[in-house]
Design a protein around this ligand. Structure first.
Ligand SMILES: [Zn+2]
Ligand SMILES: [Zn+2]
Length: 373
């Protein structure tokens, strides 16, 4: 049931001071007092209204509660609603650098937990009750990227859960055609207090979930919660040269906006997986190249693969020691306008077993005095 706007009844501004309200009440009460309007039914009715309005607006605590309910539009659904300045789950970034470089930003992580988290992330729990449009939930997640894709750039699919406004009821929690009424559990306050005085604890009302209003019939899709959890599959573009710990923000890819607000973002932190063959040193790639004693000693041609699977042939000089690195220019990581090199690190592999022929020759080699230091 719609109630009267007490400010309108008294004819004062919603920002009127307590003194202004008091003065206006006295003026109107005098004007419409039954004693001065004998038998006038309209005046009597008006006087009752004025008293009722003053009863609430004249009491700081009651006025505060009333203002809060009024802010929620409980009395006049068509009244313009103020925009809330604190957005649960929202961020202030204007990023959205899907293809850009690493970047670290402040980020407000939305909850992943149970239903309570949905409400606290969507409605800010007991802190802020819904009013104007709000940004949808922003989600932060870590994405493991294969080493090669991190170096060359590419696409990696990601799946995540996003809490968002119920698409069926647009977050109202009400079934189609249901009436919205003041929550009987909390009388529209949106909170319930337990205990007394300084021991009182205030919690969001479990019946209206802090909204202060309940529909006469719940939305079947979200069971009245106004929120739903949706499963998203997105193909993430991994920028070339991505490092572990670098982040990207996908603006507007998070939860649907609340009451017409913008969608939330997805913030991804890349975690580059180790590779069996390659290591990274800045923009350089390091690859191990095993050679045998004869190759290292006599010199040899060896081939290695670049990160994009092209074959490179290297000529090892005679007497190449284990651990020696050879640089293949321009075959490293390209990032920020620079390209690193491919460092081929020679590993001389000592044979664990020899054929009889190798054994004989090795002994001959030893006998020639070559192994004296
Ligand atoms: Zn719904
Ligand atoms: Zn309630």
């Amino acid at each position: 049931m719609a109630q009267k706007d007490f400010y309108a009844v008294l004819g004062v501004n919603a920002s009127a001071t307590a003194d202004e309200i008091k003065k206006q009440y006295r003026r109107l009460a005098k004007q419409y007092h039954p004693d001065t309007n004998k038998g006038e039914a309209k005046a009597a009715e008006r006087f009752k209204e004025i008293s009722e309005a003053h009863n609430v607006l004249g009491d700081p605590e009651k006025r505060k509660q009333y203002d809060e309910m009024r802010r929620l539009g409980a009395f006049d659904p068509y009244a313009p609603r103020p925009r809330s300045s604190s957005r649960p789950g929202g961020t202030t970034s204007t990023g959205g650098n899907t293809g850009g470089g690493p970047r670290v930003e402040d980020f407000d992580v939305g909850g992943f937990g149970g239903l309570g988290d949905i409400f606290s992330s969507m409605f800010g729990g007991a802190r802020a009750r819904p009013s104007g449009p709000e940004k949808g939930q922003s989600v932060e997640t870590t994405l493991e990227v294969p080493f090669k894709i991190a170096v060359t750039g590419g696409k990696v699919p990601i799946e995540l859960e996003v809490n968002e406004e119920c698409g069926t009821c647009s977050g109202s929690g009400a079934a189609k055609g249901a009436r919205i009424q003041t929550c009987p559990e909390c009388d529209g306050r949106g909170t319930i207090s337990f205990g007394q005085g300084s021991f009182a604890v205030t919690r969001p009302c479990p019946m209206c979930l802090g909204k202060g209003q309940v529909p006469s019939e719940k939305c079947a899709a979200c069971n009245g919660a106004g929120a739903s959890r949706s499963h998203k599959k997105i193909l993430i573009t991994v920028p070339q040269g991505t490092e572990s710990g670098s982040k990207i923000r996908l603006k507007g890819q998070g939860g649907r906006g609340v009451r017409g607000g913008p969608a939330g973002d997805i913030l991804i932190t890349f975690q580059v997986k180790d590779d069996a063959a390659y290591d990274r040193e800045g923009l350089d790639l390091v690859v191990q190249a095993p050679v045998n004693i004869a190759q290292a000693t006599l010199g040899s041609k060896i081939s290695v693969l670049t990160i994009d699977d092209r074959k490179v042939t290297l000529t090892l000089p005679r007497g190449t020691p284990s651990g020696k690195r050879f640089r293949v220019r321009g075959q490293g990581i390209t990032h920020g306008g620079k390209t690193g090199d491919l460092l081929v690190e020679i590993q001389v592999v000592v044979p664990e077993s020899l054929t009889p022929e190798q054994e004989r020759l090795m002994k001959q080699f030893a006998a020639a005095g070559a192994l004296e230091y």
